[in-house]
Design a protein around this ligand. Structure first.
Ligand code: HEM
Length: 518
């Protein structure tokens, strides 16, 4: 009897699964507009475009000529989304009336593998996480550890790997290199451990693979209806089985790292990574408030670290690969970056210019003063924000600055990707990669990022805590790569975004490298 009902449910799951795949994920016909279907509302259109949501949202904004639209659920359901890229709405939601727009229960269920970490928490639980993470990020010892470790990884792993590729004239996927780099940096920052995932042999790493798997799983939870992925989870089949497996691997590693760190600290071994800081703060915190972690709460640490790890790793990898692609496709921009680097190199190494030591790795501090490089990074993050969309829930009814009425329980989807592609926000040339838009006539940076229109790092109380770290990393990698190597992008590659929580290139970016003689 039990097995009969199980088979029945499995059959239903299978039918629905195939239906959604054919309507949504593999459906080639996409729509530039938002249609209302009898009984079903606008959900079928959403499903048909589920593999390219940021792009579709952008097309709908263009076709409607405004920065917000609603998606209605099936008749009799209360499901309704507001999708917006209106920058005054975004400022209102993320900053002015912040408390009225938590992430909410839907987000929390989809991201439940992250537990109570900062990315998934709201209200008091979020405040605790934010305070702890902020304490960790602003510590001067952590900042030093971060910049030393980044330089070390660039110098001792990234550049040797690229030199090896250049020497053997082999083809490499630059996106994979960026992901491996981001993984090594994030493991160092979070736990103070060196994984050497970027070494010449491109070794496999079960933790890195499990975290990538978890990303995929969370994406599927966005695409297919909640009841369906919950059924898959109940029966431990399909993507949900992969999620469970990935989580087991992640937990095994994370709990081992936490227990190892506790032992180190007991032995008096000091370190300044994020985990050490969290353990220290956890011990100092009061334990009689229910939302606060208790002294030996390893689950709390696991959740905190998993969020911080995810927040940094994928965003850095994504920011890097889109930047590199845009610059490599825009020879004028590449030339200007190289000119700045040469000037910096000759000002620092005047005496070495004749003999020219190769390869050369720049100091993060020196790179921070380069105007064109900074402008180019901002420009690529505008066009390809690593986190393309975000969602919020409405607590109390309110009219947003553009006149949209939102009601309790409604979901709001903010499309950061679309913000960067609206001509009424960035001008008619908004689709062009033009670092010059960030530089004024006196050659100084225009700080658009201080205005609400540059939303790539979020706004308000939940602004990204790793923004400075992100700029440091991207500049360090780009400078080392472009200054020391000539990069040839293989012809015939069709570059388009892969559907994911963070933006990546669907099939990677295959390149050949050659030693660059300056
Ligand atoms: C180019 C790189 C990056 C971009 C574009 C970026 C963007 C963002 C965005 C949009 C959010 C808001 C997410 C949300 O509300 O769910 C966020 C949050 C956050 N980011 Fe980043 N991020 C980047 C790199 C990093 C790095 C390297 C770290 C360091 C670990 C980091 C740490 C965080 C943290 C801790 C939060 C949570 C803030 C909160 O909820 O209070 N980010 N980031």
């Amino acid at each position: 009897m039990v097995s009969l009902s199980k088979s029945f449910v499995l059959a239903i799951v299978l039918v629905l699964f195939i239906f959604f795949l054919s309507v949504g994920i593999f459906h080639k016909k996409t729509s530039k507009a938002i249609h209302y279907w009898l009984f079903l509302g606008s959900l079928p259109t959403l499903a048909m475009n589920s593999n390219r949501l940021p792009e579709w949202f952008t097309q709908v904004f263009h076709s409607l000529g405004r920065g917000s639209f609603f998606i209605d659920g099936p008749i009799f359901s209360k499901l309704k989304y507001l999708v917006t890229c209106h920058h005054q709405n975004i400022e209102y939601i993320l900053k002015t009336d912040f408390n009225n727009f938590p992430k909410g229960p839907v987000f929390r269920q989809i991201f439940d593998p992250l537990g109570d970490g900062i990315l998934n928490a709201d209200s008091d639980a979020w405040k605790v996480q934010r305070r702890m993470a902020h304490t960790a990020f602003i510590a001067s010892e952590f900042k030093d550890l971060y910049s030393n470790m980044s330089r070390k990884i660039v110098e001792e792993q990234l550049v040797p790997l690229l030199a090896h590729v250049a020497k053997t004239r082999s083809i490499i996927d630059l996106q994979e290199v960026c992901s491996r780099f981001a993984f090594d940096v994030s493991m160092n920052a979070a736990f103070g451990v060196h994984e050497n995932y970027l070494s010449n042999e491109l070794p496999s790493n079960d933790l890195a693979e499990a975290t990538a798997q978890l990303q995929e799983a969370v994406l599927h939870r966005h695409i297919i209806p909640m009841f369906l992925w919950k059924l898959l989870r109940l029966f431990n089949i399909g993507w949900e089985r992969e999620t469970t497996k990935a989580l087991k691997t992640i937990d095994a590693h994370f709990y081992q790292l936490i227990s190892g760190k506790r032992k180190d600290l007991l032995r008096g071994i000091r370190s300044f990574d994020l985990l050490s800081s969290h353990i220290k703060t956890q011990e100092q915190m009061s334990t009689n408030i229910s939302s606060l972690p208790t002294k030996n709460d390893d689950k709390f640490l696991r959740d905190s670290m998993l969020s911080l790890f995810f927040a940094g790793k994928d965003a850095i990898a994504s920011g890097l690969i889109w930047f590199l692609w845009l610059v490599l496709e825009t020879p004028a921009a590449e030339r200007k970056i190289l000119e700045e680097l040469k000037l910096l190199f000759s000002s620092k190494k005047r005496d070495l210019l004749e003999t020219h030591e190769w390869p050369h790795v720049f100091d993060a501090h020196d790179l921070s003063g380069l105007v064109y490089l900074h402008a180019a990074v901002c420009e690529s993050l505008r066009l390809y924000p690593p986190v393309p969309i975000n969602s919020k829930t409405v607590l109390k009814e309110v009219v947003l600055p553009d006149g949209s009425l939102v009601k309790p329980g409604m979901q709001i989807i903010i499309s950061y990707y679309s913000v960067g592609r609206m001509s009424w926000i960035w001008g008619e040339d908004c689709l062009e990669f033009k670092p010059e838009r960030w530089i004024d006539d006196d050659g100084m940076l225009i700080r658009h990022e201080n205005l609400s229109k540059f939303v790539t790092f979020n706004l308000g109380p939940r602004t990204c805590l790793g923004k400075d770290m992100a700029f440091t990393q991207i500049k360090a990698v780009v400078a080392a790569l472009l200054f020391n190597f000539h990069v040839e992008v293989l012809k015939g590659q069709h570059i388009f975004p892969k559907p994911a929580i963070t933006f990546h290139i669907e099939n990677g970016l295959k390149v050949k490298l050659q030693k660059r003689v300056i």
